[in-house]
Design a protein around this ligand. Structure first.
Ligand SMILES: Nc1nc2c(c(=O)[nH]1)N(C=O)[C@@H](CNc1ccc(C(=O)N[C@@H](CCC(=O)O)C(=O)O)cc1)CN2
Ligand SMILES: Nc1ncnc2c1ncn2[C@@H]1O[C@H](COP(=O)(O)OP(=O)(O)OP(=O)(O)O)[C@@H](O)[C@H]1O
Length: 189
């Protein structure tokens, strides 16, 4: 299948989830996340969920990290829709978060963190394939961001649905993930 078709299908699959089903999948994904080895991670980049689009609830992960891994610095993306870039802001006392025009909770001010500090990125996606490639909302924000990361930064997708067979129309900019966490599995690529 091609990205455009995959996007439509997976937006539909999300919309068809009841609130209860969505909640259960988020809880299961959170349980899988807790099995992930974070021993080498000092700084983690985490998207804040667009709840009305039924994205994985990363607030569960964020709150757990704060209690169980206080040594890990948490940073959030701020998007620039003009050039499709993202900047990262630390979760500290100077952070201010507001919903942007796309209903994404985002930093509006705070301490900016250079991309080379990030050890692991949790990546939003609509669908992913068995080779670790992903389909997002189609603006290339994450592909651009991942291209700027250190070569040893880990890319870890979060998905409420399992892997699909193959994305047919990959391009030169598509960056494969190292792993993807779903409600039932931890895929390693
Ligand atoms: N929570 C979260 N934050 C994120 C992402 C994400 O997927 N989830 N992104 C992941 O990259 C970036 C934001 N990407 C986005 C890309 C498109 C649209 C959007 O609403 N697009 C419209 C079409 C707009 C148009 O074509 O002009 C739509 O889908 O209806 C929203 C966010 C950065 N932050
Ligand atoms: N590093 C890059 N430099 C220039 N263009 C890029 C880069 N990365 C992606 N693009 C372009 O951005 C567009 C959208 O990419 P794609 O369809 O893969 O987005 P996506 O991964 O679904 O979205 P997102 O990353 O925002 O969730 C494509 O035309 C792609 O070629």
């Amino acid at each position: 299948m091609k990205k455009e078709e995959i996007r439509k299908l997976f937006v539909q699959k999300r919309n068809q989830l009841t609130e209860v089903e969505y909640g259960v999948l988020c809880q299961k994904l959170f349980c899988q996340f807790r099995q992930f080895d974070l021993s080498e991670v000092r700084c983690i980049h985490l998207f804040l969920p667009i709840v009305k689009r039924k994205e994985p609830n990363t607030l569960l992960i964020r709150d757990w990290l704060k209690v169980n891994h206080p040594e890990i610095k948490i940073v959030y993306p701020k998007t620039n829709f003009t050039d499709h870039s993202m900047q990262s802001f630390a979760d500290d006392e100077s952070l201010v978060i507001k919903n942007n025009g796309y209903d994404i909770p985002e930093p509006v001010s705070g301490n900016q963190i250079p991309v080379d500090q990030i050890d692991l990125i949790l990546i939003p996606l609509l669908a992913f394939d068995k080779c670790g490639y992903r389909v997002g909302y189609g603006k290339g924000f994450y592909d651009r961001f991942m291209a700027q990361c250190r070569p040893d930064t880990q890319f870890v997708g979060l998905s409420l649905f399992e892997a699909i067979g193959k994305i047919e129309d990959l391009d030169e900019y598509d960056m494969p993930m190292h792993a993807c966490i779903t409600p039932d599995y931890l895929y390693k690529f």
